[in-house]
Ligand binder design. Structure first.
Ligand SMILES: [Fe+2]
Length: 275
């Protein structure tokens, strides 16, 4: 079973530029750096990595979950860092929706970042890290030309779940990891940004080696980039996806957080919207 996003590797055209945003502005600790790659550790269970490339970029959309009770502090920290918050067409920077709040901003490569909080998430389960108070990476955008095909693959092969489905936009959920499977014809809010499949590698943390073996049985030989008992790296529908056994991430965390699709059907938390 998938428990969380363990690592996200994106492409950049400037490691120095990435460092100025993620280390100097956002305060993410650097855990590894070479001329080709830099890795940040924004939370205990998640690594954000940038690989320097000499080719056009395709910006990603990602969202970090922050505690609802201190959302304003997270937003103030981003604002005070000097990174511009993106505006909705009416000029608003903070969006308040039924279950939470969010803000959006971009890094120097055009990746669309979001801080989001939800009132239904139990606080105190995952410690908020740093001044931005990030608890975990919640969303990675997976724009696709064939939305239904990708969504059903996530459900069938990675055993991720949905509550509501549409032909253009879906939250497909495994633990704390929300894959936003949306049509390339649907633009990212709030700036109507074209949705392109990002390059790089998305790593999901999984509970055990037997899950890796199960997924392996569905992946064709020519799609495999690397495999071991504890890891499977492959390409699917244009995405580079890696599964890695993450025994340090307690599989109960999504349940303790109260994530609706992680708790038992019939419980009060189940009826709360995951969106
Ligand atoms: Fe989002």
């Amino acid at each position: 079973m998938i428990t969380h996003y363990a690592q996200l590797q994106l492409h950049t055209v400037s490691i120095q530029g990435v460092k100025q945003i993620y280390q100097q502005k956002l305060g993410f600790p650097v855990i590894y750096e070479t001329d080709e790659e830099i890795r940040f550790q924004p939370t205990a269970h998640f690594t954000l990595s940038f690989l320097e490339v000499s080719e056009p970029l395709s910006p990603a959309h990602i969202a970090f979950e922050v505690p609802h009770s201190t959302f304003d502090e997270s937003a103030a920290f981003i604002r005070d860092s000097g990174i511009p918050l993106l505006q909705w067409p009416d000029g608003r920077e903070v969006d308040e929706f039924e279950k939470g709040r969010n803000i959006y901003f971009r890094d120097g490569d055009g990746n669309l970042l979001e801080l989001i909080s939800h009132s239904y998430i139990t606080e105190g389960v995952l410690p908020p890290f740093g001044a931005s108070k990030i608890m975990y990476l919640r969303e990675v955008g997976f724009p696709a030309d064939h939305v239904i095909q990708l969504r059903e693959w996530f459900k069938h092969v990675l055993q991720m779940k949905t509550r509501e489905e549409s032909d253009i936009f879906n939250f497909v959920i495994g633990g704390t990891a929300h894959a936003i499977v949306s049509s390339t014809s649907r633009r990212w809010i709030p700036i109507a940004m074209r949705a392109l499949p990002p390059r790089g590698t998305i790593s999901f943390g999984v509970t055990d080696a037997s899950f890796i073996r199960q997924v392996r049985s569905h992946v064709e030989e020519q799609s495999i980039l690397f495999e071991s008992d504890e890891e499977l790296h492959f390409r699917q529908y244009g995405y580079s996806i890696r599964l890695v056994v993450a025994a340090n991430f307690d599989a109960q965390i999504p349940v303790l957080l109260g994530l609706p699709l992680s708790v038992a059907k019939g419980s009060a938390a189940y009826d709360k919207s995951p969106i």
